[in-house]
Design a protein. Structure first.
Length: 588
RNA sequence: GCGUCCAUAGCUCAGCUGGAUAGAGCAUCUGCCUUCUAAGCAGAGGGUCGCAGGUUCGAGUCCUGCUGGACGUACCA
């Protein structure tokens, strides 16, 4: 919305610059003219928009200051418009008219509702996004929580930008690592099950993965036993397959519960156990067409040294497949199922090499869409205490972490004496915990490693999810009071001209920037653009409503105008919350 | 060794296609609750933007080199 205003002004200034040049019989090259930037002045009292004139100094043979003055003079001479112009040093500054701004911004937001912020930047694109991709040998951990919210948030952002999005999950339910927990259960499990042990089913499976690694440390036979089990599984050995089915079921059921509690969902779930054979077939096709080769031991290789990627194994000598094999199969099958324009893989940065190879292999197999595959690589998440080690079971379990956050939230609500105000203590605490978790995880640019500090994330003061939720809740609380007031014949109407405080103007400009934030987050595949926006908006709003009463005014029109402005803020908060996986709360 | 990513306040992080005095939160110190939820607001201190060059009217931002760190370079995923 601000975008339109900006573009209009840009056009005006360009045409004036051309007129100036014409007077001097100089022509401005197109690229110089096109590079005219629009900026926001550091202080709103200077103006709302700023156009720096530096780049025209050379062509027009005038100082930037002189050009700024000429531009302003000429624009003023041409008249029209309610906005204010000023030349300030090398800048042309524009202050937008308060009344027009208020009416455009607040009314547009309240009329557009949950659709405010949507753009057409990605209209017509079919985007598949793969994320989460758990193994069925252990429960989800902290790293998955970052992955999940990145994937979920990005898919919502891309949808908001007009794309058709399909969220897919690929369950790593086969392979040697899966055999490891199966083997340990077979040997040490004593036919127990999650129910008999009273353990969440995925945690039960995970226990045996850790058990296997303990065993393997002292007994070298463990590795060979796992390989043997993999061969049996791929041969279809009934007993092994039955065990696999049982344990997979446990793992998946547990993981499903975690998704449910964190608000993560998928349009389609793929299983590697179902796609790995396609992978093998595709590799064999490549072998026939000569893009791959087989060595004396029967191992199938691809040589990527021409693109500095070394040689990679695609199929083991014993015929069993690898991660890469099955990813090739999955990619091809998915493109057949739903012919996407681009596919985004949300996977940790430690797998960058893998994806380079994968994309290259697909391209060697003649898949022209391989060029449009994208690995959204994100950094590791650690706790303040240090690094996680999955094999030793030293991981931050996702369920445990969420539970800790919920407990902390419960305590905080009790401490504030808000138990009676929130209808359901546990439910509210769970929503606060999710807001804390998701906001904290998305705040950091994906490419960076980060430290997740649980206490800080849920701390109710500072730059946190709960702080944002609190803003929304307070506006809702105010709305309830406003509805009571208007019921007692205190009737006012929205009048843009009443919102001319500098704080109000800043607030409205910030609101107007939301669609651009959505667009940028989509373009950069970076939800932290939105978390930063959310914090900025909340900060501006909380200062404003701390300093200026909304409901405590004699003029019903002023009350209504400020109330509608607050409702516009709430609408934008709500919309941005949705895009970042932060639950909106009416009361907290 | 090679490859990818990273380096901004004591700590955790922002910094838009290069643009006006480098920002926030936490922590420390100080004000503000008979007043729309103090889960809040305001203020103070705290920085040679890893180092050295270069491009530019202008560099935290772009280029080159160096230093330090993470990850990868498996017939694990």
């Amino acid at each position: 919305m601000l975008h339109t205003i900006r573009e209009n002004w840009k056009r005006h200034i360009r045409s004036v610059l051309l007129q100036l040049a014409e007077k001097k019989s100089i022509s401005i090259p197109d690229d110089v003219l096109d590079s005219l930037p629009v900026e926001t002045p550091p202080d709103p009292s200077i103006g709302d928009l700023a156009f720096p004139m530096f780049s025209f100094a050379r062509v027009l043979k005038t100082s930037p200051q002189g050009i700024a003055q000429d531009v302003v003079n000429l624009l003023e001479a041409q008249g029209g418009g309610k906005d204010l112009l000023a030349a300030s040093g090398p800048y042309v500054n524009i202050t937008l008219n308060a009344e027009t701004l208020a009416e455009r911004v607040v009314q547009t937001i309240l009329q557009t509702g949950s659709a405010f912020g949507a753009t057409t930047a990605r209209e017509g694109e079919k985007i598949m996004i793969e994320f989460s991709c758990p193994n069925t040998n252990k429960p989800l951990h902290l790293g998955h929580l970052r992955n999940d919210i990145l994937g979920e948030s990005l898919s919502r952002i891309l949808k908001a930008n007009g794309a058709e999005v399909r969220k897919v999950n690929l369950i790593n339910d086969r392979g040697i690592h899966i055999c490891k927990s199966m083997l340990a259960y077979q040997r040490f499990g004593d036919a127990t099950d999650p129910e008999s042990e009273g353990i969440k089913s995925d945690h039960f499976v995970g226990k045996y993965y850790v058990r296997y690694n303990e065993w393997a440390k002292s007994d070298p036979a463990a590795e060979e036993a796992a390989r043997e089990m993999l061969r049996q599984w791929e041969r279809g050995d009934k007993e092994v397959v039955a065990l696999w089915e049982k344990m997979n079921c446990w793992a998946l059921e547990g993981i499903r519960k975690t998704y449910e509690s964190t608000g993560i969902s998928f349009d389609r779930i793929y299983f590697e156990s179902e796609t790995y054979k396609t992978g093998k077939d595709e590799i064999l096709k490549g072998l026939q067409s000569g893009v791959f080769y087989r060595d004396q031991e029967g191992t199938v290789w691809v040589d990527l040294e021409d693109v500095d990627l070394d040689k990679k194994v695609l199929l083991r000598g014993d015929g069993t497949s690898l991660y890469l094999t099955q990813d090739v199969g999955t990619a091809i099958q998915r493109h057949t199922d739903w012919p996407f324009d681009t596919c985004i893989y949300v996977v940790g940065s430690e797998q960058q090499y893998h994806f380079k190879v994968l994309f290259r292999v697909l391209s060697l197999l003649g898949k022209e869409w391989a060029e449009n595959l994208h690995h959204l690589s994100y950094g590791m998440v650690n706790l303040p205490e240090g690094k996680m080690k999955s094999r030793e079971g030293k991981v931050v379990d996702a369920d445990d972490l969420v539970k800790d956050l919920v407990d902390m939230a419960v305590k905080e609500i009790q401490q504030k004496g808000r138990e009676d105000d929130v209808q359901d203590l546990e439910e509210t605490a769970a929503q606060v915990a999710l807001g804390a978790l998701h906001y904290y995880l998305l705040q950091v640019s994906p490419s960076k490693d980060m430290i997740f500090n649980p206490a800080e994330s849920i701390s109710f003061n500072g730059n946190t999810g709960p702080y944002l939720q609190y803003m929304g809740a307070r506006i809702s609380s105010m709305e309830r009071k406003y509805n009571l007031m208007t019921a007692e014949s205190f009737q006012g109407s929205f009048q843009g001209s009443l919102l001319k405080l500098e704080e109000e103007r800043t607030l409205m400009k910030t609101l107007a920037e939301f669609p651009e934030a959505v667009e940028k987050a989509g373009r950069e595949l970076n939800p932290s653009v939105l978390t930063a926006y959310l914090y900025r908006l909340s900060k501006v709003y909380s200062k404003y409503y701390h300093d200026y009463p909304v409901l405590r005014n004699d003029d019903p029109h002023l009350v209504a105008s400020r109330m509608f402005l607050a409702l516009a803020v709430r609408q934008v908060l709500r919309n941005a919350f949705y895009l970042t996986g932060i639950p909106f709360l009416e009361t907290m």
